[in-house]
Design a protein around this ligand. Structure first.
Ligand SMILES: [Zn+2]
Length: 303
């Protein structure tokens, strides 16, 4: 009962009522984050599982990821408009996954630059049809208005955006969580939007290059940041702790799969047991880890 009440309480607090602004927290001056819930895609998915937010400068506003539906994007826009009437000049997507991008269309009236990694547009084009069909299946009419909106400006390596009095440094990464991850660093508050290059609490899902991701973690560790905003889970001050946890999971998964393959164990068994020692450390572990293991196994088998 307590658990049920807890869930209800969370649902009431986290989910915006239809037409209400999305709840956001000002984690540093002018930096606002909405934390998504730890839920899987599928039954019960409501499009609000990723961390999204915005940064307000003296002259303009940048949005960083827009949520998993048009409706969430609109609620995010309402949250911005209840705080500032400055122009929303930039909408930045950290990567293609549908929980991060389907709110883009809600910002089209602002005519912002839509910004992403130079490989984002290709990923969006390739997935748009399936993503939109899946969203309709999961959300029904709550998916209304949700469309894939392509970037209008691409980041090949780095890009600096001036919001007036503060600059955002965008960085395009080599394949890691996906093949088109983008991070955003706010120089005024030293806060780093990490997209899904960092998962906190929720099991990290792999859709790019696991070795590249492990390598990226070393670079991310060295980046100065007072505050880190992960793609999922709470904002953290000590990103090194959480990057280390994530590296440990990724490495254990790879090592366990390799060990099973080397021992000639059946694929099903190897995939099922991989990274079992990590199970208690992560939320949504069973479903996410199985997907990861099934994805990695064929490539590792060929090594
Ligand atoms: Zn993702």
């Amino acid at each position: 009962m307590r658990r049920l009440l807890g869930c209800l309480w969370i649902a009431l607090c986290v989910l915006p009522a239809q037409g209400a602004p999305l709840p956001v927290t000002e984690i540093a001056p002018g930096v606002f984050v909405h934390q998504g819930a730890h839920e899987e895609f599928g039954d019960g998915y409501h499009g609000d599982i990723a961390n999204i937010g915005f940064v307000i400068g003296a002259e303009a506003i940048a949005v960083i990821d827009t949520g998993g539906s048009f409706r969430i994007g609109q609620a995010l826009r309402d949250a911005i408009r209840s705080r500032s009437s400055l122009p929303i000049r930039y909408v930045i997507n950290t990567h293609v996954h549908s929980d991060h991008i389907f709110g883009n269309a809600a910002f089209e009236p602002d005519q912002p630059q839509f910004i992403g990694h130079r490989k984002l547009a290709a990923a969006m084009r390739m997935r748009a049809e399936v993503y939109q069909a899946n969203l309709r299946t999961m959300l029904g009419t709550a998916a209304d208005g949700s469309r894939v909106v392509l970037p209008t400006r691409e980041v090949a390596a780095e890009l600096v955006l001036d919001l007036g009095g503060r600059k955002l440094q965008l960085r395009a990464w080599a394949p890691a969580h996906t093949d088109h991850d983008l991070t955003v660093f706010d120089d005024q508050t030293a806060s780093l939007w990490m997209g899904d290059l960092l998962f906190v609490e929720r099991a990290p899902s792999i859709d790019g290059d696991v070795k590249g991701w492990i390598a990226a973690i070393a670079t991310l560790e060295a980046m100065p940041a007072a505050i880190a905003i992960p793609g999922h889970g709470p904002v953290v001050a000590n990103k090194a702790t959480f990057l280390a946890r994530q590296r440990r999971y990724l490495q254990v998964l790879v090592d366990d799969l390799k060990r099973g393959i080397a021992a000639g164990l059946p694929m099903q068994q190897t995939v099922r047991d991989a990274a079992a020692s990590e199970r208690s450390h992560w939320q949504l572990f069973d479903s996410v880890n199985l997907r990861n293991a099934e994805l990695l196994y064929p490539a590792l088998e060929w090594e």
